[in-house]
Design a binder for this molecule. Sequence first.
Ligand code: COA
Length: 254
Amino acid sequence: MSIKTAIVDGVATIEIARPEKKNALTQEMYLAMADAINAAGADGQVRAILITGQPGIFTSGNDIDNFMNSPRSGLDAPVFQFMEALIGCDKPVVAAVTGAAIGIGTTMLLHCDFVYVADDARLAMPFVGLGLVPEFASSVIVPQLMGSRRAAEKLLLGDPFTGEQAVECGIANAVLPAGEVLNHARRVAERFNNLAPGAVRDSKRLMKEPLRAQLRETYKAEAAVFGDRLRKPEAKEAFQAFFQKRKPDFSQFE
Ligand code: COA
């Protein structure tokens, strides 16, 4: 199983563990993460959720083979179940990121409450480079967070950015040495063991609820375009180029 879960000292940890494919996320993995978030939300013993990857790789994003050979259809697809679970979660979610966090690896961070990144972290939202469009409401959240200039670099050009830049533009709380990120994130999650759980949930709900309807509307609008683009020749060229380890050639498209 490529998603490992554990509940220790009030913290439900969700660990992405598919290192041989750089933690690329499959439909089965999205479902496992959605189930783990929903179960943690319903478990009275769980005070916070911690999402992490492997040393040196958070996730390389959606499995590109899945994009190519079994593109998502419909809003009940596993990736949307994961998005819905994360957006709707009323318990604090903490992320610990080392290495690459690409595509949904970055956009899921926009929906976590605390994000700690390693000094080796490399974030990117290279949707356009794959012939795709932003997802997980990033088309709205990213410009709001960092302004339209920096958002254009990250969403239109797909420029990667460091952990330090992620802090600077409001995506992450702090940068730490790679070997310390997970422990630091766990300590933050464990602090919720000493706080009133009902007050934490109500506070998070008050912070998030006014925006949830807009986020859902946005990710559904993005999903319609994204799903359409997954089947277009531009995306097919980009996916083939990835597996052939070459740069995509978009020169024939208008
Ligand atoms: N989907 C499917 N397979 C992936 C993958 C992905 N998102 N990311 C990596 N892999 C696979 C590679 O195909 C390779 O498989 P192979 O050993 O069978 O050839 C293996 O994982 C190792 O990846 P590789 O690219 O050789 O590792 P690297 O250390 O040189 O680079 C990354 C790591 C994460 C920078 C690079 O793999 C990458 O850019 N991945 C794709 C990111 C992306 O565009 N994601 C989609 C965002 S919407």
